[in-house]
Every structure is written in structure tokens, then in C-alpha cells.
Ligand binder design. Structure first.
Ligand SMILES: Nc1ncnc2c1ncn2[C@@H]1O[C@H](COP(=O)(O)OP(=O)(O)OP(=O)(O)O)[C@@H](O)[C@H]1O
Ligand SMILES: [Mg+2]
Length: 364
């Protein structure tokens, strides 16, 4: 089978999508690197936060937010402690984890998705049963988990949604992280982690079905809390940038997102999330959903698809009304009350928001 062309792939891995930036950073990078890292901590930080290199090459910003947080995250990975990115949904935990591993070890695919059904073999190893029966336990019959591969090759393993994994399975990580070795008793061998190995876990504290982490495990991690964007302008910048990138990847026929619509969606999300209008004058009730930046990105993305395929491609209030309402009204009774109250007390009265008010009232 021929490998699919990279351009046909719906979503490229960070190390492919930003291969040019990573290569240029590697060329310019003369700072000291931790063992087995592809880039120095300085270059990794520049890759994440963006910047101009000495030769004028522009590196795009992947994460918009506090530089200090990124420094702490990168520095953690150079120590023997693992990194836990923690926070409410949609604060770019998975996104930062992917870009950190792409920049540090050139591979963001050693990924374990934590679910209630994740068992020890997902963190250690499993067996190819046909081979196991035919040959008995051998290295050929062993199916290495992404964690085992990362240890063997000195790379970063990513564990997504760690707190969804049952607590007793999570604890498998304790010895692995402190001894840096994974015994395989069936073969009488152990795999010792090579330099460069570490783990980036993500977890959020909001979703249902979350299992507490034991304090023994917690101690092996350095926790970095990713916050929701500080300011309105920062959040607008994140949404505009990501929507433009996604629109390109999905080849949407719409025009670039109108900044005005992005500003309105972000304003609504922030006000409802914070329970107060931006001017601080009106108290609001918050709906049950998280109204994250990630959801604002999908609302605008969806609006662009509607505008592009069903009208002239210009994003207007009518194109986003349905998806804003869908993002806010997760509980058909309580959230609907909250949303209607917002529309009637805030949106209706605001200058230049009549079109949005009417479009939303039509679909609630
Ligand atoms: N500060 C930010 N800088 C850049 N992009 C951001 C930022 N905050 C959110 N995003 C965007 O939000 C989207 C969702 O982020 P991501 O999936 O990483 O969230 P998450 O924290 O892992 O959420 P969950 O807890 O639901 O898994 C990404 O496309 C990311 O680009
Ligand atoms: Mg995530």
C-alpha cells in the first residue's frame, strides 16, 4: 500500500505540519541541549510561543499565553519529574503536549488515551496471542505500549486524560517513573529507560468520571495549570488564529472569519463563563457547559461552513446562532433559561447586536 500523501491527511502531526520551523530552529540552535533532545529548551520555548530568529525567520506562536508556564513545563521535562498539564477543558493541554513532544523528541505519536477501560497493558505491554501460542513468550510476541517504546528510544510518552484511568492502573506509573525501568517477567528481562525519556500527562478537573490521583503518583509529577485566556483580546487572538488554520485545513469555501463575529462569540462565552458582563455591571448565571476557547473555535468554524456552503461565504449572525446556542444549551431546561436571560438582558440592549439577538431568538 502506498503511503497517503501528507497533504491528503485531515490533520497532520505537529512534527510534520511544522517541519520547516523545527528544522530552521534546529539549524539556528546553539544552546545546550539535555541528552537526546532535538532542540534546546530555548528553541522549544521559541517554537511554542513563536518569535523571530536571528536570520529573520518567523516562528509562528502555537500557544498564546504565559511564557513562564511554558518555561516551567519545558524545564520539568529536562528533570526526572514528569509533567502534568492540568486545567479546565479546552485550555490547550493536549495541544501543548503534542507540540512539546514534537519539538523535544520529534515524535508526538507515542500517545496513550486514558479511558475508564485503560488497563495495565496499555501502559506496559501486551501480547500478540497468535505468536504467543505458536512460539511461546518471546520478544517477537510482545506488543510494546507507546510508554515502552518511549522508554526504549529515549522519547516522550503522552498520556491523555490521565484521571480517567482507574486509580489502580494509574499507579503502574509510580515504579515506572521512579525506577525508570519496566520489568518483563515473562521474558526475564527489563527495559531500562534511555536518556530523554519522560512523560507528559494531561488531565482536567471538570469532566465526569474522574479518578483521583494517589499522592504517591502526584509526587512524581510537576503540575502546570493551564488557565483560560487572561484577557478578551488574547482569547480573540487565539480563536481567530485557530479558525483561520482550521478553515484552511478543511478547505472551507468561506472568506476569512469576520473579526467582529469572533469578538461577539468570545464576549458571550467569557461573560457567561465568568458570570458577569465585561463591564462588570450585570451579574449573570453561568450555564452547565464549560464554554471553553476550544468551543468558541468550533462555533466559528461551524459558522464558516454554513456561510461558505449555503450563502455567500461571509460570516453573519445567522450562521453562528445555531452553533452558539448548541454550545451554551447543554441542559435543555436550565441552560435554556440562562441563555434566554442573557439574550434578553444583555444581547438585546447592546449596540449593534440586534441581528445576533434576533438570529439567536429564532433558534432557541
Ligand atoms: N492559549 C491558547 N493558545 C493557543 N491555542 C489555544 C489556547 N487555548 C486553547 N487553544 C486551542 O483550543 C483547542 C483545544 O485545545 P485542546 O484540545 O488542547 O484542549 P484540552 O485542554 O486538551 O481540552 P480537554 O480537557 O477537553 O481535553 C486547540 O485547537 C488549541 O489550539
Ligand atoms: Mg485534551
Amino acid at each position: 500500500m502506498n503511503a497517503p500523501s501528507l497533504n491528503a491527511v485531515l490533520r497532520q502531526h505537529a512534527e510534520h505540519q511544522y517541519a520547516e520551523e523545527l528544522a530552521e530552529l534546529a539549524r539556528q540552535d546553539d544552546k545546550p541541549k539535555p541528552p537526546n533532545w532535538q532542540l534546546s529548551p530555548w528553541a522549544v520555548k521559541t517554537y511554542l510561543l513563536g518569535g523571530k530568529l536571528a536570520n529573520g525567520f518567523e516562528v509562528s506562536a502555537k500557544y498564546i499565553g504565559s511564557a513562564r508556564l511554558i518555561e516551567i513545563a519545558v524545564a520539568t521535562l529536562a528533570t526526572d519529574r514528569a509533567l502534568l498539564l492540568y486545567g479546565v477543558p479546552g485550555t490547550a493541554k493536549s495541544w501543548v503536549s503534542e507540540h512539546l513532544s514534537a519539538a523535544i523528541c520529534g515524535n508526538s505519536t507515542l500517545l496513550i488515551q486514558g479511558t475508564a477501560g485503560t488497563d495495565e497493558s496499555a501502559l506496559r505491554y501486551g501480547w500478540n496471542y497468535a505468536r504467543l501460542l505458536a512460539e511461546g513468550p518471546s520478544e517477537h510476541a510482545l506488543v510494546a505500549s507507546p510508554m515502552l517504546k518511549a522508554m526504549r528510544d529515549g522519547k516522550l510518552a503522552r498520556l491523555e486524560e490521565m484521571t480517567r484511568v482507574p486509580s489502580e492502573v494509574q499507579d503502574t506509573l509510580i515504579t515506572l517513573l521512579s525506577e525508570k525501568t519496566l520489568p518483563i517477567p515473562e521474558l526475564g528481562i527489563e527495559v531500562q529507560a534511555q536518556r530523554g525519556f519522560n512523560v507528559i500527562a494531561t488531565a482536567n478537573n471538570r469532566d465526569k468520571g474522574v479518578n483521583e490521583m494517589s499522592s504517591a503518583l502526584m509526587r512524581r509529577f510537576n503540575t502546570v495549570i493551564l488557565p483560560t485566556p487572561d484577557s478578551f483580546d488574547e482569547e480573540v487572538a487565539i480563536v481567530s488564529r485557530r479558525v483561520a488554520e482550521l478553515g484552511q485545513a478543511l478547505a472551507l469555501p468561506a472568506e476569512k472569519p469576520a473579526l467582529e463575529e469572533v469578538r461577539r462569540v468570545v464576549a458571550i462565552f467569557r461573560e457567561l463563563r465568568n458570570g458577569v458582563t465585561e463591564d462588570g455591571k450585570t451579574k449573570l448565571k453561568s450555564p452547565s457547559g464549560s464554554l471553553s476557547t476550544a468551543e468558541a473555535i468550533s462555533v466559528i468554524g461551524h459558522g464558516l461552513a454554513v456561510a461558505g456552503y449555503y450563502s455567500d461565504g461571509v460570516l453573519r449572525a445567522g450562521d453562528i446562532a445555531a452553533s452558539i446556542t448548541g454550545a451554551i444549551v447543554k441542559d435543555p431546561v436550565q441552560d435554556k433559561v440562562v441563555w434566554l436571560e442573557y439574550l434578553k438582558t444583555v444581547a438585546k440592549e447592546r449596540d449593534g447586536w440586534k441581528d445576533l439577538y434576533r438570529a439567536c431568538m429564532d433558534v432557541v
